[in-house]
Design a protein around this ligand. Sequence first.
Ligand code: PLP
Length: 363
Amino acid sequence: MPPEVLAAVGAPVLHHRSPDFLPVYERVLTRLGDVCRTENDVLLFGSSGTGAFESAVANLVSPGEPHLVVSAGAFGERWEAMVGAFGAEVDVLRYAWGEKPDADDLRARLSGREAKAVWLVQSETSTGVVADVQALAAAATDAGALVVVDAVSSLGAIRCETDAWGLDVVVAGSQKALMCPPGLGLAAVSAAALAATGSAPRFYFDWERTRAGQQTLDAPVTLPVSLVCGLDVALGLIAEEGLDAVFERHVRLGRAARAGAKALGLELFSPDEDSSAVVTAIRTPEGCDATELVNGLRDRFGITIANGHGALKGKVFRLGHIGWFDVFDVTTQLAAVEIVLSGMGAGIERGVAVTAALEAFES
Ligand code: PLP
């Protein structure tokens, strides 16, 4: 996190209805609309991203209704379970982990089966794959379905044009590209989605209560004000850099990570394309365990990278490059991976990854 954000989070705590806090709250709601590229309400909750997603499920799903979840990784599977837990008749357009969902497949599936909403993941953090949400949303809208998008690891890193792409609900959390601690969830909600709320029981996550409260800056619950103050500063930094420049930086960071991994002689798990701008998933070399690599980086250098999720645990490792990241954060990760992997006996190419990453970043 940027030091300015940490300082704001650590400042004396404001009362959530005080004249000191209300302008901060108002600015955050406006700036979240800018980052989501929407004129719709962006509802803010004291929750993680999963909580904000649950708000969408609790407001849109009624027991017995047909819904379609597009699943190609851990988070698609989570939303399948959650939509099912609220009693929907869930159909799943399922892909193997690492595959990219296809809009034609979605069109075909929707031609044979009705769905009140289609539930999508923009950046599937478990695999590093970024879906073409614009094309998928068009297929869903043509079939008359609402479109709900998990943008937890993508909002503020890659383009998510809520209004222009016709996305009814876009969900994210504070802790990824928005450069804050965890604890705030948000949902940008269209008028059509607000009008389509269902009968599932809900209270804390009720959209209408939250929307009405936000209109007069009178949140129905005590917000985590320190996090909102941090988010205000973080959104200011994003505005200062410019959203398009932020997206461009992420594309170049992704290029750097992939070029460095390939120079080491490693095989990418994420697609080798500019859309992979959030997290780069890489296969561990034959005979090496990603858990040992992840622990090695942590114990020797204090660097946090991620293991594979689920069945990919041990076989894949993931380098993050979202939010407050520059190219030297990527080259530092690559240099440390190089040292630890070679200590594990992997036959990798030494001394070239950092140069390749820097060149790709500049390209
Ligand atoms: N969706 C995606 C794509 C994520 O990457 C994550 C967290 O990593 C989540 C949802 C869950 O968000 P949270 O952990 O904030 O509840």
